[in-house]
Design a protein around this ligand. Structure first.
Ligand SMILES: Nc1ncnc2c1ncn2[C@@H]1O[C@H](COP(=O)(O)OP(=O)(O)O)[C@@H](O)[C@H]1O
Ligand SMILES: [Mg+2]
Length: 332
């Protein structure tokens, strides 16, 4: 029997969750699945179910939606939280602490699980666009890597997260992230496995972190049309402004670069802000907020400057080509 959920006033049905996402390709440690929703009038929507044991990320998404903050343009659309029988969990009607306690208890006792559903930003592109992922243009998770964005224990405690790390782990992480020599690390998969798989994954991760700057540049350089590159620069500027206005800072979050190709064969890139599990708001008065916020804005400015540099080089190359072609002697 098909399952049903209601989202944006539409009833959607689906045949349960497909298996865990092929984990070698994607960053992150959470279990995630794709669900293909179908509406009565034949529309399809792909949503991503992320298994959660803490509701804070969902609460952040709900707050961004409720207050219609401009940052919503850059984050995936939030569908809701459901238990494993697809009963919706209504966050607004219950206290956060009460629901979290219930979630953890039920998960242990009844083997229920809880899932946060988001629209998938790569699988729901408009008809005129497709994902254009191959080799260097794969979908990339660029994690914010500044020390004040590695995870703030004050934020974690305030929001009921239990994964507090030791000082040694933090120093280790800082050293590894430092090798990217920029405010991001290009993250590849880090799913738990046997010791051999973990070692290989760690090695691949190190190499990809080392290549972060180059990978970011490749994405900007791969944009065919200069107007599209200017659009991406405009989007990054808008993202910084929207983040500033939202008064949120997001530790441990990432920018997801989705390479696209249009009907005209032109390649571009969509940029999304994802993984809001450690988002916190200025009004919460949590120590470390100001530093996280500044580092996150600085990181986006770094990216904007990098894209502008690529644009400048491309304009210079085009004008040199123009001069060469006009000054070349006419063929006899
Ligand atoms: N809404 C989404 N649309 C498309 N891909 C997504 C979306 N959310 C997450 N992903 C993919 O899943 C990966 C892990 O998601 P993330 O939310 O960062 O989980 P984790 O908390 O485990 O790090 C991301 O790197 C990205 O590739
Ligand atoms: Mg992540």
């Amino acid at each position: 029997m098909a399952n049903k959920i209601t989202y944006q006033g539409v009833d959607w049905s689906f045949n349960g969750m497909q298996g865990d996402i092929e984990t070698t390709e994607e960053a992150g440690t959470s279990t995630q699945r794709i669900i293909e929703l179908k509406s009565n009038n034949g529309n399809t929507l792909f949503v991503r179910a992320k298994r959660i044991d803490n509701l804070h990320e969902a609460i952040v998404y709900q707050d961004l939606s409720a207050r219609q903050l401009p940052i919503r343009e850059f984050v995936p659309n939030y569908v809701g939280v459901f238990d494993s029988s697809f009963n919706p969990i209504v966050l607004s009607e219950r206290g956060q602490a009460e629901v979290i306690e219930e979630v953890v208890e039920e998960e242990c006792e009844e083997q229920r699980s809880y899932w946060m559903l988001l629209e998938d930003v790569a699988l729901n592109l408009p008809d005129s666009q497709k994902i254009d992922a191959y080799a260097d243009r794969r979908i990339c998770d660029f994690k914010f890597a500044g020390p004040a964005l590695h995870g703030n224990p004050n934020e974690k405690k305030a929001h009921g997260h239990t994964n507090l790390h030791s000082d040694t782990y933090k120093l280790f992480k800082r050293a590894i992230f430092g090798i990217s020599d920029c405010p991001f690390v290009y993250q590849q998969s880090c799913k738990p496995g046997n010791i051999f798989q973990m070692m290989i994954q760690f090695f691949i991760r190190l190499i990809s972190i080392l290549e972060t700057k180059e990978t970011i540049k490749d994405h900007f350089s791969s944009i065919d049309d200069l107007n599209d590159l200017k659009k991406v620069i405009g989007q990054l500027e808008k993202l910084a402004q929207a983040l500033e206005e939202s008064d949120y800072a997001f530790c441990d979050s990432s920018l997801l670069f989705v390479p696209t190709i249009g009907e005209d064969g032109k390649r571009s890139v969509d940029v999304h802000l994802i993984d809001l599990a450690h988002g916190y708001h200025g009004k919460e008065n949590i120590d470390g907020f100001k530093e996280s916020k500044e580092e996150q804005l600085e990181a986006i400015r770094y990216l904007t400057a990098k894209a502008k540099r690529v644009l400048g080089q491309r304009i210079a190359e085009a004008s040199i080509q123009g001069i060469n072609s006009t000054s070349a002697p006419a063929a006899a």
